[in-house]
Design a protein. Structure first.
Ligand code: ZN
Length: 429
């Protein structure tokens, strides 16, 4: 292999690590790759000189001089990230490092149907670009996280449980027609999990699971830090495991899916039904007798004020989720489960001990020793930043390769350029 190719591979590998870990020192890079300190220093000097990376202050010292931290140079380009849930959509414009330049949140209008929602979502992206003062031509890419069941190759929603109009909607094509850029599309539990891996509690986790609980439920599985997508991309449909025979009908057509018992929709529906039937609960006063005002926030407020009915509802939800998680934990033996999403953000403090108890009651002791269950600390803007991460690393690679090509008069595409692993081959150049 010619020297230039190996050096470029190593440099690109470092860039990817810098993107993934946001801020790292040269010695961190050396530890992560197994490259010598000399090689890392030489590669970083070259990347600094070419403007791909920048020095961003000092890290913690382990005794000696405080190490200088490096990050991707934010001026390399801008990215748009769109997070589309069934109820709300969040849009962010970031620089290539993921720093927020503008953020907007609006109702997604998904339930009205794609003919209304798609132009509305395009308008939301346009408004975000305007707010950030970023022209369409300046974008390196657009990442879209969307909550339906997807054909990722084609960029279409195959269907969306509970919103029946979303059958075979060509989301990628509609965005491409408008923006002239083909967006990357992935489902929202995965884009939220990408944010968790880069910015949240899973920064150092190898084998872990992200559970999203919002209007519905989903998950993302990471094995050796990489997202596990399954044979055709449909892994992680944890919300559709059956937990109750003859339970409520799920949007997927089956009965008793976890989704129907553990989601904001399920929680609110149960509360509304009970209040309408005249059950004695503080929720009645809190919603002024209008059950349509009942929200997760209201149920949490009632529970915090000692309302027995609301406490019972949250107990049942937490315990149901914990029981289902036992299967997940036994199957995958994860070191970490992060629970995020709207319901998690509103009710996490109350639910966490209930879930932990339910899991530890049913899981094998040896497995429990290694397991941490946490609620996400990320904000809604981070969910949209997660969508932007679908394109960040690819855009960075493209920029690097095009600059290499320009500088060297045509370097062949570095097809095997992936994150460097700790191996002997990678050390030698
Ligand atoms: Zn289902």
């Amino acid at each position: 292999m010619p020297k230039i190719r190996n050096t470029s591979l190593h440099a690109l590998g470092l860039l990817k690590l810098l993107y993934e870990h946001v801020r790292v020192s040269r010695s961190d890079l050396s530890a992560m790759t197994g490259y010598s300190a000399f090689l890392v220093s030489k590669l970083c000097d070259s990347l600094l000189k070419k403007g791909f990376i920048t020095e961003v202050g000092s890290g913690d010292s382990s005794g000696g001089r405080r190490p200088t931290l490096l990050s991707i140079a934010p001026g390399l380009g801008k990215i748009a990230g769109l997070h589309v849930g069934r109820v709300n959509a969040r849009m962010v414009v970031t620089d290539i490092c993921g720093n927020e330049l503008a953020f907007l949140k609006m109702p997604s209008r998904v339930s009205v149907g794609p003919s209304v929602a798609m132009p509305h979502l395009i308008d939301l992206v346009e408004k975000g670009l305007q707010k950030a003062g970023v022209r369409r031509e300046e974008l390196l890419g657009i990442g879209v996280g969307i909550s339906g069941i997807l054909d990722r190759e084609a960029g279409t929603t195959l269907y969306w449980p509970k919103v029946p109009q979303w059958v075979n909607v060509p989301v990628r094509r509609i965005f491409t027609d408008h923006f002239g850029i083909a967006p990357e599309i992935e489902d929202t539990p995965r884009t939220m999990a990408l944010a968790e891996r880069r910015l949240g509690l899973a920064r150092h986790a190898e084998n872990w699971v992200y559970l999203m609980i919002g209007a519905s439920m989903g998950s993302a599985i990471f094995i050796n830090r990489e997202l596990y997508t399954g044979s055709r991309g449909f892994s992680g449909e944890f919300g559709h495991i059956t937990v109750k025979d003859d339970g409520p009908l799920c949007g997927c057509g089956n009965r008793g899916c976890l989704n129907t018992l553990v989601s904001a929709t399920a929680l609110i529906h149960t509360a509304q039904t009970s209040v309408s039937e005249g059950l004695s609960t503080q929720l009645w006063e809190l919603c002024d007798g209008d059950v349509s005002k009942i929200s997760v926030d209201l149920i949490v407020r009632a529970a915090s004020a000692g309302d027995r009915f609301s406490i019972r509802l949250l107990n049942e939800l937490g315990s149901q989720l914990g029981k289902a998680m036992i299967t997940l934990v036994h199957l995958l033996d994860p070191e970490l489960v992060v629970i995020g999403g709207g319901l998690a953000a509103d009710a996490g403090q109350i639910l966490l001990p209930i879930i932990r108890n339910a899991v530890s009651d049913g899981v094998l002791p040896l497995t429990a020793n290694n397991l941490s269950i946490q609620f996400s600390e990320l904000r809604e803007v981070d969910w949209a930043i997660g969508a932007s991460m679908l394109v960040g690393e690819k855009a960075l690679e493209k920029l690097f390769l095009s600059k290499q090509e320009a500088a060297k008069g045509g370097v062949k595409k570095l097809e095997s350029a992936t994150r460097p692993k700790r191996d002997k081959e990678a050390v030698s150049i």
